[in-house]
Write a protein that binds this ligand. Structure first.
Ligand SMILES: [Zn+2]
Length: 242
């Protein structure tokens, strides 16, 4: 369930994209792309990105999608039987490992390996459909057309484009939540009993954004509202809420 005012593409198009909240990882990917001169969706091809990052790529029918790497070398294997869109998605996942991770996964503790996989899954969305390029597009009014456009512009499957767009909407909802939090906090703190503010915020989340705060959110709330760094507070919200 999602607030219609958030999920409506018309409303998003008319100016809510500025509320989109980037994660640290997304900022990292964006910084990397800018460093290697990625300025438009047409720059996002396996050939171009791998060449600029000096990453080897081999396409072969039936090969397992994977990457072999050490500190100075990375080579990605992609099953050429995948459609081109899927190949790009696979590339964006595998690319994360040599850029951000260390070591042979077979030798790593299970939890650490799982963390690396989650990191690569998150990376994949930011690398395949980066927000700084998405926000330059003229977005159609209707969601289906919008998702078709993302799929064509970024060369991803329709399902991937849809998941990325849903993520964008969640991040906008988070941005709105953050905005609301800042407004709530602008009430002089000594006048606003923390518990009351917390209850207001929780009911705002439940009623307006249709998100149910995790127990951890409630437990961490008091330290969160007194966090003077708003950006950091917003990021903590991501882990706790969305
Ligand atoms: Zn992986």
């Amino acid at each position: 369930m999602r607030d219609a005012s958030v999920s409506s593409p018309e409303r998003v198009k008319s100016g809510m994209l500025h509320l989109y909240e980037r994660t640290y990882l997304e900022e990292w990917v964006e910084g990397l792309y800018k460093q290697i001169g990625i300025t438009s969706p047409s720059d996002l091809t396996i050939e171009n990105v791998s060449a600029r990052l000096r990453m080897g790529v081999t396409f072969a029918p039936g090969v397992a999608d994977e990457v072999i790497f050490d500190a100075d070398y990375g080579h990605i294997f992609i099953n050429s039987l995948h459609c081109p869109q899927r190949q790009w998605e696979v590339f964006c996942h595998e690319l994360c490992h040599p850029l951000r991770h260390l070591g042979n996964q077979l030798l790593l503790p299970d939890e650490f390996r799982k963390w690396q996989e989650r990191d690569a899954q998150a990376f994949q969305f930011y690398a395949a459909v980066p927000f700084f390029l998405l926000q330059k597009l003229e977005l159609p009014d209707h969601e289906k057309e919008l998702i078709d456009l993302l799929s064509v512009e970024f060369g991803v499957t329709h399902g991937f484009a849809k998941r990325r767009w849903e993520q964008v909407l969640r991040r906008i909802a988070r941005g709105r939540l953050h905005h609301e939090l800042v407004q709530t906090l602008s009430v002089p703190k000594k006048q606003a009993a923390p518990r009351l503010v917390r209850e207001q915020l929780v009911s705002y989340m439940a009623v307006k954004e249709k998100v149910r705060p995790k127990v951890a959110f409630v437990l961490c709330y008091d330290s969160l509202i007194y966090n003077v760094n708003e950006r950091r507070a917003a990021r903590q919200m991501e882990d706790l809420v969305l």
